[in-house]
Design a protein. Structure first.
Length: 254
């Protein structure tokens, strides 16, 4: 009987040991499964966030590409309309700038006033710009349209010492004032607002700092730099959005 009891005791102990070991392994396996599920959930969330950012980035790139195409179309239409009316303007800098030569505005050396004989042409340019922007709700793609005045490299001493900077600025102001005063109501430019509800047009002067000829040795080259450029800038992705996209990509790779 003693032997049987000892064997029974040893059998119970051995069985208890294996039950404890099995419980331990079961617990470890359960913990492992939970850890794997948590990791999978985290990876899924990261992939989802990254996919969202990539979609957002793709949408921004698509919008930017569309804006570039729309801008090019606008300038091409303006140029064609004016050419049909006998007014030759230039489209430059990757279809972003409409350049108006001095011959159309009458800017002789040291002059900035638009004479009466040049007003009709100047107003025709303003009307063509207005029509192109209003067509097909294109305003949503534009950030700012700059009316930029420029001069040749001959030093100018007038306008109370402001020199060529002042001269170029007054040239831009002269054209803008003419548009503001004499464009018809349905073609007004001063009332246009961009997508951020800010005035679309801005006026500035660059003096002689942005020449369009390599040299200015004769009157033809000098006259080419006495001009007004209408620079069309488009809406672009917000820097904060781009930083969020970059952060999401970095986190997915870490």
């Amino acid at each position: 009987m003693r032997v049987l009891r000892r064997r029974s005791h040893e059998s119970n102990s051995e069985e208890s040991y294996w039950i404890s070991f099995t419980d331990l392994m079961t617990s470890l396996l359960f913990i492992f499964i939970l850890a794997v599920m948590a990791l999978m959930l985290q990876l899924t969330q990261q992939q989802s966030a990254l996919a969202d950012q990539q979609t957002k980035f793709s949408e921004q790139v698509s919008t930017l590409q569309t804006a570039e195409v729309v801008r090019a179309q606008m300038l091409e239409e303006i140029q064609k309309e004016l050419k049909a009316a006998g007014i030759e303007v230039l489209v430059t800098e990757n279809n972003s700038v409409l350049s108006i030569p001095s011959a159309l505005l009458g800017f002789d050396a040291a002059s900035y006033e638009i004479e009466k004989s040049y007003e009709k042409v100047s107003l025709s340019i303003g009307k063509a710009i207005s029509r192109a922007i209003h067509k097909d709700d294109r305003l949503q793609y534009l950030d700012t349209v700059f009316v930029e005045g420029h001069t040749d490299n001959v030093d100018f001493e007038g306008l109370e010492g402001t020199g060529n900077w002042g001269l170029s600025t007054f040239r831009a102001i002269s054209l803008w004032n003419l548009w503001d005063e004499k464009l018809p109501e349905d073609a007004r430019l001063d009332t246009m607002l961009n997508v951020e509800n800010r005035p679309l047009f801005s006026v500035s002067g660059y003096g002689q700092t942005r020449p369009v000829t390599k040299s200015q040795d004769n009157e033809k080259q000098l006259a080419a730099n006495r001009r007004i450029d209408i620079r069309f800038t488009i809406t672009r992705p917000d820097s904060a959005d781009l930083m969020d996209i970059e952060k999401a990509i970095q986190e997915s790779n870490s």
